[in-house]
Design a protein around this ligand. Structure first.
Ligand SMILES: Nc1ncnc2c1ncn2[C@@H]1O[C@H](COP(=O)(O)OP(=O)(O)OP(=O)(O)O)[C@@H](O)[C@H]1O
Ligand SMILES: Nc1nc2c(ncn2[C@@H]2O[C@H](COP(=O)(O)O)[C@@H](O)[C@H]2O)c(=O)[nH]1
Length: 219
């Protein structure tokens, strides 16, 4: 699915799909925003959803807010790379922007649930790097959902009651980060991305680069 771009050291490599999942409120959005601000070569995948917009959310930036018929048409038209029902609403990843970014050699960042991660893995296992974010405690998770102040008590109750089920998928992920503190969790997630970018098997330009070095040594 991916083609070449260049790493910061100029060696060509395949783009990767960097996935963050967690129970609602553990901090995916917070960490994603920091990654987008502080890492170059990364594009955020903007999901389509039928969920109502939260205060402050911007259509086209946080989500593409669509109605149910439009979402169903996207599914039927094979416009989504993956999709799932989460908390009674539909969510899905538009295929076009992800494929365009990967083709341009960018990495793509996803904030999606375990169902979507499984679907991405089935399609492109070697290019998916997945991170599961855990909260330090259930009390902290609930506090965070309340402190975000964007969901009703009823919605928060529903999300807390789903948290244990969401977390049961932790062992399907490549990396686990416990988000005690935003700065530390961000540093861990950033280290994972930096290391994954250096993996030999993604660095398609290495053969040519090393041959060039060898040529210089012989010359
Ligand atoms: N380490 C932390 N300590 C304290 N508060 C935090 C921490 N990380 C995130 N938060 C706060 O917790 C709330 C929920 O975080 P965020 O929206 O990033 O979660 P999320 O995993 O994206 O949730 P959802 O799945 O519902 O979108 C936000 O108000 C955020 O500022
Ligand atoms: N499988 C997918 N899951 C998605 C997608 N976009 C978001 N999500 C997940 O939904 C829940 C709830 O999100 P919220 O913004 O309503 O709090 C959360 O776990 C997201 O990661 C998607 O495109 N596909």
């Amino acid at each position: 699915m991916t083609s070449g771009g260049h790493g910061t050291d100029g060696v060509e490599r395949r783009g990767l799909m960097f996935v963050l999942s967690s129970p609602s409120g553990a901090g995916k959005t917070t960490l994603s925003r920091l990654l987008m601000d502080r890492m170059s070569g990364l594009k955020m995948s903007v999901s389509a959803t039928t969920r109502p917009k939260r205060p402050g959310e911007v259509d086209g930036k946080d989500y593409l807010f669509v109605d149910k018929p439009r979402f169903e048409a996207m599914v039927k038209g094979d416009e989504l790379l993956e999709w799932a029902t989460v908390f009674d609403n539909s969510y899905g990843t538009p295929r076009g922007p992800v494929e365009a970014a990967l083709s341009a050699g960018q990495d793509v960042l996803f904030d999606i649930d375990w169902q979507g991660t499984q679907q991405l893995r089935e399609k492109a296992r070697a290019d998916v790097v997945s991170v599961f974010i855990l909260p330090p405690s259930a009390a902290d998770l609930e506090k965070r959902l309340h402190s975000r102040a964007q969901d009703s008590d009823e919605v928060i109750r529903k999300r807390m009651s789903r948290a244990s089920h969401e977390m049961s998928h932790w062992a399907e992920y490549d990396y686990i980060v416990i988000n005690h503190n935003v700065d530390e969790a961000f540093a861990e997630v950033q280290s994972i991305l930096k290391a994954e970018r250096l993996k030999r098997e993604r660095r398609t330009g290495l053969v040519g680069f090393v041959r060039g070095l060898q040529g210089q040594l012989q010359g």
